[in-house]
Structure formats: C-alpha cells, structure tokens
Design a protein around this ligand. Sequence first.
Ligand code: 5GP
Length: 195
Amino acid sequence: MKLLKDKIIQEGKVLSENVLKVDSFLNHQIDPVLMQAIGEEFANRYKDAGITKVLTIETSGIAPSMFAALTFGVPVVFAKKSKSLTLSDNLYTSKVHSFTKGVTNDISISKDFLESDDVVLIIDDFLANGQAVLGLLDILEQANARTAGVGIVIEKGFQTGGSIIRERGIRVDSLANIKSLANGKVEFFEESSSK
Ligand code: 5GP
C-alpha cells in the first residue's frame, strides 16, 4: 500500500535491525485518515469472506480494526492484556510473549463476544515473530470460530511470524512488508501481500 509505505519512509524511525518506531501515526499519535485508508483496504480484500467480527489485541490494533469493521458493519472485539475487575471468569485466555516489551502477558476475551458461527478477520499493527497472532488464533480455536485471515499493517518479513502463520494454511495480508531494517534503512519486499 503506497500511502502507508511512503508514511513509513517519511516518519518511521529505525531503532535497531529488528525494531521500527512508528509512534507518529500508529503506535502513539494516530493518523485517522491513514487508519481509515488501511481499514478500508482490509475490508476490500475480505469483502466476500462473510466477516462477522474483527478481532484484535489492545492497543494499537484497535484503530485500523475500527475502520475495517465500520466498512463491514460488524463489531470489533479486542483481547485484553490484563485482567480487569469487570471481566468475569467467563473467559477465553491465551499467553502472548511481547516482542517489544520482553514480557509474557495473559490475553483474554469474554466468551460473550465470540460465537462458534463467527467468521473472524484478525487485524494487528505489526507482525514480528507471530506471538500476538498465534494467541488470537488459539482463542478462536477455543471458541470454535472460523478464521478468515489475518490483516497486518506492517509485517517484518525477515522475522518468523509470517511464515509460521502461512504454513498453517492461514491467509495473511500485510499492507507493508519489510525486507530489512539494516543500516538504519527501511527496505520493503516488492510484493507486500500474500493470500
Ligand atoms: P509478534 O507477536 O508478531 O512477535 O509481535 C507483534 C507485536 O509486537 C505487535 O502487536 C507490536 O505491538 C509489537 N511489535 C513487534 N515488532 C515491532 C516493531 O518493530 N515496532 C513496533 N512499534 N512494535 C512492534
């Protein structure tokens, strides 16, 4: 997606060979115009998939998910990273090791918001080693819901997550797929999506 790649080149900061900071439009300050374009792109790619819910994980997956869900006319459900006092025991849970924070979180979703007849599009901001997406897939399995695919804003294709998930036969669409962050420079793969 050219708009997104241009924004990454203009505003992304390469923190190391493995980490890209995009706090000015995705992870801290949020660019709503770009998020709308991203959400609509996901919705367009999955328009015939019969999506009934968009599933993400707090916090940065929520903004692009909202715009995709608005286009589909379906709800967004986000997995919570900490147990809130208002969450009951009626939960699906999984463990997710955070790539950027180096900690393992329990993620949870109320059983009230996933049904076995749901057809779900997972959306997240980054795909690195795939832990966040694998946690969400685990929860969808527990709920017996169907996974239509995974929409990723920025995939780091030089890390393992994309191949782990595609090898499971799951469709992954990334709107920007980074080949390398070496020498402080962002280099993209030519083809940034796979079906
Ligand atoms: P994974 O679970 O695929 O290993 O990592 C994905 C999660 O880690 C994303 O939800 C994102 O929050 C965070 N993440 C991974 N790599 C990066 C990165 O290079 N930059 C930023 N800002 N977040 C990242």
